[in-house]
Design a protein around this ligand. Structure first.
Ligand code: NAD
Ligand code: UDP
Length: 310
């Protein structure tokens, strides 16, 4: 049986990925320091004989024998990655070096959860993989954006220098069940606020856009990509092309929850990207993947989850 390491496996995406990999008859090691992750996210698989949770910080090094690695460890919400920015960079640089050294030692294929944030506040729209981005190197978001850019550099240097098998995906905004109630990202904030009939907090005027992908589609994309030919290294955009302004998102969530919430406007955080939408033609062509779930369908499933979680 194949042994797979998932770092960040107690987080939102990581827990869904562990679940899917177990269904593919693999042994899964889930390594997480529980900074933003929660053991509740893996409570339904913790008893599985092919699953083992190890509480560990990837920055401190890992010694396991594994065939495949998915590196997802890193806080993903701006409030969480800005809480201790130095630790965020360390996770993306020192943590990534530790993971790549493990892959080199074991001869394992390794996946990196990179991000659309590598494009920063993009000038090119929609974003294609060959766009180099527009990133502030010294701003509040830089610990994450530049950290993830450096992680990509490390992946491609290990690929060229040490011939390891790599897969780098640039994940665009993803949402769904198991996002933390206090995650701070926009979908969980708006849904929780709407369900509690509290004010919905739009940052800025609400005309900034994002393109939201439902979690099941994203996990399918990650798995299709990982198990495609080793020649397909990426970086590959994974995301939904349905673009939406934050104002429209707030209105849709109020409508779907039949909420009495009012929209209020708060200060826009610095360096907040004005628009974001993936060009996914590379994924469509090489791994025959595109998301199937509409924003409304995904939001309805997420709303049902949060009704029980809050
Ligand atoms: P999350 O915060 O729910 O999960 C991250 C997990 O990593 C948590 O369980 C956390 O405890 C763990 N972690 C953080 N630092 C660690 C460390 N040093 N050692 C061990 N574990 C550590 O976030 P998520 O949304 O599930 O994101 C997972 C990955 O996907 C992240 O790398 C993120 O950058 C990337 N990503 C996510 C999105 C998205 O929209 N969800 C978009 C782009 C990229
Ligand atoms: N946002 C908002 N209200 C919130 C949380 C976020 O208007 O309560 C905005 C945020 O400023 C950004 C967009 O929603 O423009 C997406 O934010 P998120 O933190 O989810 O992701 P990211 O900015 O990293 O894409």
């Amino acid at each position: 049986m194949k042994k797979i390491l998932v770092t960040g496996g107690c987080g939102f995406l990581g827990s869904h990925l562990c679940e899917k990999l177990l269904k593919r008859k693999s042994f899964v090691f889930c390594v997480d320091n529980l900074f933003t992750g929660d053991k509740d996210n893996i409570s339904h698989i913790i008893g599985n004989k092919n699953f083992r949770f190890i509480k560990k910080d990837i920055n401190k090094g890992i010694n396991l024998q594994v065939d495949e690695i998915f590196n997802l460890a890193c806080p993903a919400s701006p409030i969480h990655y800005q809480y201790d920015p130095v630790e965020t960079i360390k996770t993306n640089v020192q943590g990534t070096i530790n993971i790549l050294n493990l892959a080199k030692k074991c001869g394992s294929k390794v996946f990196q959860a990179s991000t659309s944030e590598v494009y920063g506040d993009p000038v090119l729209h929609p974003q294609k993989e060959n766009y180099w981005g527009n990133v502030n190197p010294i701003g509040l978001r830089s610990c994450y954006d530049e950290g993830k850019r450096c992680a990509e550099t490390l992946f491609f240097d290990y690929f060229r220098q040490h011939k390891i098998k790599i897969k780098v995906a640039r994940i665009f905004n993803t949402f769904g069940p198991r996002m933390h109630v206090n995650d701070g990202r926009v979908v969980s904030n708006f849904v929780v606020q709407a369900l509690k009939n509290e004010d919905i907090t739009i940052y800025g005027k609400g005309n900034q856009t994002r393109s939201f992908c439902y979690v099941d589609d994203m996990i399918e994309g990650i798995i299709n990509f990982f198990y495609s030919s080793n020649k397909i290294t990426g970086p590959m955009n994974l995301g939904n092309i349905q673009e939406c302004s934050m104002k429209n998102l707030a209105e849709e969530i109020i409508f779907l929850t039949q909420s009495k919430s009012k929209i209020i406007f708060k200060k826009l955080p610095s360096d907040d990207p004005k628009k974001r939408k993936p060009d996914i033609s590379y994924a469509l062509k090489t791994i025959k993947w595109e998301p199937k779930t509409s924003l409304r369908e995904g939001l309805l499933k997420t709303i049902s989850y949060f009704k029980k979680a809050i």
